[in-house]
Ligand binder design. Structure first.
Ligand code: ZN
Length: 139
């Protein structure tokens, strides 16, 4: 039987765009001082879709994933975004593990973290809120 690998269908640019929408609704904001005065500082060397920034107020350097649960993990961002998508379809951890070809324990850990919210500095920005907003926009 022909099978389509989901992870090949999704592009990194869209994944990073999704993260920006989830964490910075009002525009890119400094994770340290919350200033909106932020300039772009090129892209990550190894992940060309990952935008880097510098805060004009406190000079902090950060990027799309700074202070999110996606930073410091060995899973590529698209795995997380696909996991989020499959959670939205109400798939079980076991089914998600199958779709993404990951270990069930790894998926369990990812879904737990995704439910808690992607922005570690702002726990109130949670997944549910993001999904509600998306549904509202779609109306
Ligand atoms: Zn700042």
């Amino acid at each position: 039987m022909l099978s389509v690998n989901l992870t090949h269908l999704i592009d990194d640019e869209k994944c990073y765009e999704t993260v920006r929408q989830m964490r910075w609704e009002r525009g890119v904001c400094c994770p340290k001082c919350q200033s909106l005065g932020v300039i772009k500082r090129g892209k990550d060397e190894t992940q060309p879709a990952r935008q880097r920034y510098q805060c004009k107020t406190c000079n902090t350097n950060f990027d799309d994933l700074t202070d999110t649960i996606f930073a410091g993990h060995h899973q590529p961002l698209r795995m997380w975004i696909l996991c989020l998508y499959l959670m939205g379809l109400n798939l079980s951890n076991r089914q998600i593990a199958q779709e993404l070809d990951l270990d069930k324990d790894v998926v369990q850990d990812m879904t737990t973290q995704l439910r808690a919210g992607i922005d570690q500095s702002k726990p109130e920005v949670n997944l549910l809120e993001f999904r509600l907003k998306k549904e509202k926009k779609a109306e």
